[in-house]
Design a protein around this ligand. Sequence first.
Ligand SMILES: Nc1nc2c(ncn2[C@@H]2O[C@H](COP(=O)(O)OP(=O)(O)OP(=O)(O)O)[C@@H](O)[C@H]2O)c(=O)[nH]1
Length: 528
Amino acid sequence: MNFKSIAKMDLGRLILALTIASVLVSLANTLHASYQVQRQQLIDAALETNHAYASKLAASTDDFFASMMQQLAYAAQVVARDFDNPALLKAESERLFLQTDSFNSIAIIDRQAQVVSHAPQTLQLLGRKLETRGVRKALADRKPLISQPYLSAAGNLVISVSQPVFDAQRNYLGMIAGTIYLKHENFLNRLLASHYYQDGSYLYVVDQQRRLIYHPLNNRVGTAVEDNLAIEEVIAGIAGRREVTNSEHVAMLAGYAIVPATGWGVVAQRPKTATLAALDTLMLKVLLHALPVAALSLVFIWWCARRIARPLQQLASGARTMDDPATAGDIRRVRSWYYEAAELRQAMLVGIGLLQRNINRLRQDAQTDALTGLGNRRTLDQALAAWEREKTPFAVMSVDVDFFKNVNDTYGHDVGDGVLRALAQHMRDCARERDVFCRIGGEEFLVLLPRTSPQVALQVAERLRQQVERADMAPVGRVTISIGIAHWAGDAQGTAEVFKRADEMLYRAKRAGRNRVEVDMPEIRREA
Ligand SMILES: Nc1nc2c(ncn2[C@@H]2O[C@H](COP(=O)(O)OP(=O)(O)OP(=O)(O)O)[C@@H](O)[C@H]2O)c(=O)[nH]1
C-alpha cells in the first residue's frame, strides 16, 4: 500500500487498520513470548527431571554395591573360619549365588589365583588359575574392590565385586568375588532398565574410561563414548544437567549423577523434540483462548472507530460544499461528542458564515452596477433565464437620458454620474419590489416588469418620465428621458426580439422629439 492509497483511506478505516495491526502485533508478541517462556520451562523441567532421576538411580546403584559388599564381607568371614574345607566353600558360594540374584556368578579364589569354589557349577572353573586383570588387582590390593569391566575367563564382559578373606590372625587367604555379566540380565541392569519411556528417553551408565556399563541397546555395552560433554563432566565428578547431542546426532536433554562407590556416571536423557512436542498444541490452545477476546476487542474498536470518525466524516463532507447555503444547517446537526470534533465544527461554522457572507457580497457585487447600485447585465440575464424557463410574461422599458452628452460636456463627467445616480433612484421609486432595474451601459437603462401588461408598463413609464422631467437635478437643472416599451407574452418566441423592439421604440421616441414614451403596440400608441 503506497502513501497515495493511504491518503485516500477514511479515518474510520485508518483507525481500524491501525488497531488490527496493533492487535495482530501484540497477539504475535504474546504468542512468541509465551512460546519462549513455555519452551524454556519445558526444557528446564526435563533437565531437572532427568537430573533428579539420574541422582536417584546413582544413589540406588551405590546402595546396590554397598549391599553386595556387605554380603561378600559376611561370606568372607564365614569361609575364613575353614578356608581349606571345600564343602564349606561350596556351600557358601552356592548360598550367595542362590540367595540373592545380585550376582551372575560367585568365585572363591586362593591367593595363588586358583579357583577353590564357584557357583554355578556349570562354569567348571574349579582348580583353574584366573589371570584376569581384575583378579590380579584384587589379589594384589587385598581389599574390597569393584573392578573395571573386563572379559572374564568364560568370555563374558563382567565387573567383579570382591572382598579379601583373612583368617583370625589376619593372614591373607584369598578372596571371594561376585561377578556381574554386563550383557546378561542381572540385578543391576534390571534396576537401570526400569527407566524406559516410549518417547525416546533412556538412561545409560559409563565408567571412568567412558565405557558403557549399561545401555538399553545391549550391543553398545562395553563400547566407549567420546565427545559427550555430559560424560566428560560426570566422570570428572560433576553432577548436573545440560543439552547434548547423542551418537545419532539427536539433541538430548540430559541429567547426570555420579555413583560414588564406582566413579560411574549415570546419564538420564530425553530427546528435545519429544520434550517440546507438547508445545505446538499448547500454543494452539493459547491462540484459541486468545482469539475470542481479540475478535471481541476488534469489533468493539471497529464500533469506536466509526463513532470517532463519524463527526469528522460529516464535517469533511460539509467542507466540500461550504459554498452551499444548506451546509451550515448540516454542520450544526453534526453530533460532535468529543473536544476536537466540537472545536472543528465550531471553527467550520464560523468559516462557513464568513464564506457565505463573502460569497453573497461577491454575488451581489457581480450583479450590481457600481455607479448606480442597480443591477447589471448579469442581473438581467439571470432574471430572463428564470422567466423564460417559467414562461413569465414581462414588459421591458428601455430608458435613455436625452442629450446627456451635453450634460457631460457642460458640467463634467462627475456631474453626469450624479445625474445617472439620481435617475436610478427615480426608477426605484416608480417601480415595484419585483421589478428588475439594470444599467446596461452608458446612460442606457432597462426596467423589466414581470407579469405586467403593456398598458400598465406605459403608465409606469409615463410616471417615471414625468417625475424626472419635474425633478431639479442641480446644477444641471431639468433633465428629460425617453422610454421605449415592448412586451413578451411568455410565448415560444425568444426574448432577444423584445429588447430589439424596446430599442426601436426608444429610438422612435428620440426621433419624435425626446421626453417621450413609445410602446410597441399601435393601439396603445394612439391612446398615448
Ligand atoms: N457621466 C457619464 N457619462 C457617460 C457614462 N457612460 C456614457 N456616458 C456619456 O453619455 C453620453 C451619451 O451620449 P449620446 O449616446 O451621444 O447621446 P445623447 O447626448 O444622450 O443624446 P441622445 O441620446 O440622442 O438624446 C456620451 O457623452 C458618453 O460619454 C457614464 O458612466 N457617466
